[in-house]
Write a protein that binds this ligand. Structure first.
Ligand SMILES: *Cc1c(COP(=O)(O)O)cnc(C)c1O
Length: 432
């Protein structure tokens, strides 16, 4: 058994003063059972908890640590920026460089606005789409996560594709009514929604590769189909690339799949580990943002100099490396082929989905293409697998419905440990 005495003590204290003991729900480990581990430090591929246990990190702060932890370039950029003060609330040269860099990496972005989180980016993007089109409704896909803005916390009402019900108390019915829900990877369902709400839909927002119901790829032609539908109907197509941006390619999923969005939301990697988000896209739409246009959006700490220093260092590194993404994908390919080999050795037929450096092992034998098929997974079994993996020194995402994030810091030794840990963990499950 892992020694997690100090983590447990901290969790006890935290629960007195922080709701559920954590500042973001999934960290509490409720989906997998057991108590959360409190992290003390990290370097490269490894996390160290408060009890001194070491883990291979397969979450990497939910994506940002794509180069592994405490990457020297990023750390040094922050150290260099530090003496010049932490914030001005006035424009800086770094913000201009950052905007130019983002635009050079993501072809569909002609103008960009910096914010402080992915949630802020998506909330701002739909307000902008509404202001630009003069329409109220948005379409969101089942199982896609776009942060905790009210409009996105909506699940499908049973069979009622045209009327969402709030997913969380505190989200008003009025808000829910403006969010229409359709299943992922189903073009026909969206065509139907659009024809039933002719001229009323401002935006269609989706994760171009889903990562928040486990990893799910868009089926061939799906993104292209959405693109032409949005063109035909004057709907703003928003790719939420908070997770996929700068991960699946320099230009994100849209580069990888060859489909351009009207607006793109970014987060996670863009801050190199600091709290940063951004939204950007077509010039005519972005010019609707205040102060050049009427749609209000602001932020006291937006474009923060330290955050920009970290983000710039991260993005420049990704931009300048040749073959970075081929190498990262090769690491992920190796992990997935090892895992497939392990499954085969144990006679298991679970589903593995992978797109580039994102992948998921689903505890189901069905193809996972949308929320309904993802839900066929045996989450209790996943929970036990998760805890076995922890015991073996591997820190997975504490939920079946989260993708794993491969970092460039994983080397041969880590890959071998990962394979052995998977084998032992899945074997132990099978025996039980
Ligand atoms: C993480 C995530 C968000 C929310 O970003 P935060 O920085 O946590 O607010 C939005 N969309 C997607 C696709 C995400 O993965």
């Amino acid at each position: 058994m892992l020694n997690q005495n100090r983590s447990n003590q901290l969790f006890e204290r935290a629960q007195n003063f922080i709701p559920g003991g954590v500042n973001s729900p999934v960290r509490a480990f409720r989906a997998v059972g057991g108590k959360p581990l409190f992290m003390q430090k990290a370097k490269g591929a490894y996390l160290y908890d408060e009890d001194g246990n070491r883990y291979i990190d397969m979450i990497n702060s939910w994506g940002p640590m794509i180069l592994g932890h405490a990457h020297e370039g990023v750390q040094q950029a922050i150290a260099r920026a530090l003496p010049d003060s932490l914030s001005f609330g006035a424009p800086t040269a770094r913000e201009v460089e950052m905007a130019e860099l983002i635009i050079s990496m993501v072809p569909s972005i002609e103008k960009v606005r910096m914010v402080n989180s992915g949630t802020e980016a998506t909330m701002s993007a739909i307000r902008l789409a509404r202001g630009f089109t003069g329409r109220d409704k948005i379409i969101k896909l089942e199982g896609c996560y776009h942060g905790h803005g009210d409009s996105f916390l909506i699940a499908a009402g049973s069979g009622a594709l045209t009327m969402g019900t709030p997913d969380s108390p505190g989200v008003t019915r009025g808000t829910a009514l403006d969010t229409l829900i359709a299943p992922y990877n189903n073009l026909q369902a969206i065509e139907q929604l659009v024809s039933e709400n002719k001229g009323a839909i401002a935006a269609l927002i989706l994760e171009p590769v889903a990562g928040n119901m486990g990893c799910i790829a868009p089926q061939p032609g799906y993104l292209q189909g959405l693109r032409s539908l949005c063109d035909r109907e004057g709907i703003v197509l928003i790719f939420d690339e908070v997770m996929t941006g700068f991960r699946l390619a320099k230009g994100g999923a849209q580069e990888r799949f060859g489909v351009q969005a009207d607006l793109t939301t970014l987060g996670k990697i863009i801050g190199g580990g600091m709290p940063v988000g951004a939204y950007g896209g077509r010039r005519d739409i972005m010019d609707f943002v205040s102060p050049s246009g009427p749609v209000y959006q602001a932020g006291t700490l937006s474009g923060n100099p330290i955050a920009m220093a970290a983000g710039m260092a991260m993005l420049s590194y990704l931009n300048e490396q040749t073959d970075f993404y081929q190498q990262l994908d090769a690491i992920a390919n190796r992990i997935v082929s090892d895992l497939k080999e392990v499954l085969q050795q144990l006679g298991l037929r679970y589903t593995i989905n992978q797109v580039g450096s994102m992948y998921s092992l689903f505890f189901t034998e069905q193809n996972v293409i949308d929320y309904d098929t993802a839900k066929t997974s045996d989450t209790e079994r996943f929970g036990r697998y998760f805890r076995h993996m922890l015991e073996q020194g591997v820190y997975l995402a504490p939920s079946q419905y989260e993708t794993l994030f491969v970092s460039a810091a994983l080397g041969e030794q880590e890959l071998q440990q990962l394979k052995t840990a998977s084998y032992e963990s899945l074997k132990a499950l099978n025996r039980a």
